[in-house]
Design a protein. Structure first.
Length: 88
């Protein structure tokens, strides 16, 4: 995944907090993904305006040890799971 790529949530995908699981989840037609706090922050920033690099910079302000390559890897996995689409 290129750092210049711009991810956005796919149509039909919903991000929410599941009280039963006490975790952030992504609901999509093929299933449910339970997210940790950092992954939930990445998904929340996949707005179609920020690049993967921009997301990494924003997260580095909030969390210690954020690596752009880790963010790119997570976005790649979200693309594979059909949670986000990527432009660029």
């Amino acid at each position: 995944m290129e750092l210049a790529a711009v991810p956005r949530i796919r149509r039909g995908v919903k991000c929410t907090y599941d009280q039963t699981r006490a975790a952030h989840v992504v609901l999509f037609p093929e299933g449910v993904l339970v997210l940790n706090e950092t992954a939930a922050s990445v998904v929340a920033l996949c707005d179609g305006a920020r690049s993967v690099g921009d997301i990494a910079v924003a997260l580095a302000d909030e969390y210690d040890g954020v690596e752009p390559s880790d963010v790119a890897s997570l976005v790649s996995r979200l693309v594979e799971r059909r949670v986000v689409d990527v432009d660029g």
